[in-house]
Design a protein around this ligand. Structure first.
Ligand code: CA
Length: 234
């Protein structure tokens, strides 16, 4: 690596967890700065301009969700929530508040670093730099050409399957909320119309066409109660 690595602001009040995060990040070339309160997080984010912020939800002075929301109000750097709270509503609340992704404790170092790479890559591309292609394993998707190939063979998708896959490709690596998938594929009123089960049906159909083992998907994975993620790193 040339030059200093990306600066990660770690917002974590448990010293052991803060040390673990700093150690994992340091070994991957990140510079880290650790704070233990929401108040310090907001102050240090403003003065240090971190490249990425990792936020624990259980902080001594204020809820981590509020910290995420306050940061997102002005900051563009990606925010990764790293929390022991694994409830679906906490994940949705964190993503709604503006977090780019979340990771539930305990987590593996490889998983943390992969999520950070994805977040930084998306941030580098900017809001209008949508990716039009996705490649993982023997799967290749080209959104502009409307082409899907698996193991060198063309895969035929229905128009709805195609719409769904295109949304997931644009957010590759990130979890996409069920609500957002419904809105983007079926339109604004989809959720109110109770068509949530369509999503499961079309995800299952896509898996049959894209996955070697549709029952144990490798690429199109479920984030239970939250949404779906097209994994772009093995
Ligand atoms: Ca905590």
């Amino acid at each position: 690596m040339t030059g200093p690595g990306p600066l990660a602001l770690v917002v974590e009040d448990e010293p052991a967890m803060a040390r673990l995060l700093a150690s994992i990040l340091g070994s991957a070339g990140y510079r880290t700065f650790v704070v233990a309160t929401g108040r310090d997080a907001l102050a240090q984010a403003a003065t240090r301009a971190p490249d990425v912020v990792l936020v624990d939800l259980g902080l001594p002075d204020r809820d981590g969700i509020d910290v995420v929301r306050a940061l997102r109000a002005w900051m563009r750097a990606p925010i990764l929530v790293v929390s022991a709270r694994g409830q679906e509503q906490d994940k949705v609340a964190a993503l709604d508040a503006g977090a780019d992704d979340y990771l539930t404790k305990p987590f593996g170092a490889g998983e943390l670093l992969a999520r950070l790479r994805v977040a930084l890559r998306h941030a580098a591309r900017g809001p209008s730099g949508d990716v039009a292609t996705f490649a993982a394993g023997d799967l290749h998707v080209d959104v502009e050409r409307r082409e899907v190939r698996r193991g060198g063979t063309d895969v035929h998708l229905t128009p709805t399957e195609w719409k769904l896959l295109a949304v997931l490709v644009r957010h590759a690596g990130h979890v996409v909320l069920q609500r957002d998938l419904l809105r983007e594929v079926w339109g604004k009123a989809a959720e109110a119309q109770g068509v949530g089960h369509y999503l499961r049906i079309y995800v299952a159909a896509l898996r049959r066409k894209l996955e070697d083992e549709p029952a144990q998907p490798r690429w199109l994975v479920t984030e239970p109660g939250v949404g779906y993620r097209l994994r772009d790193e093995a």
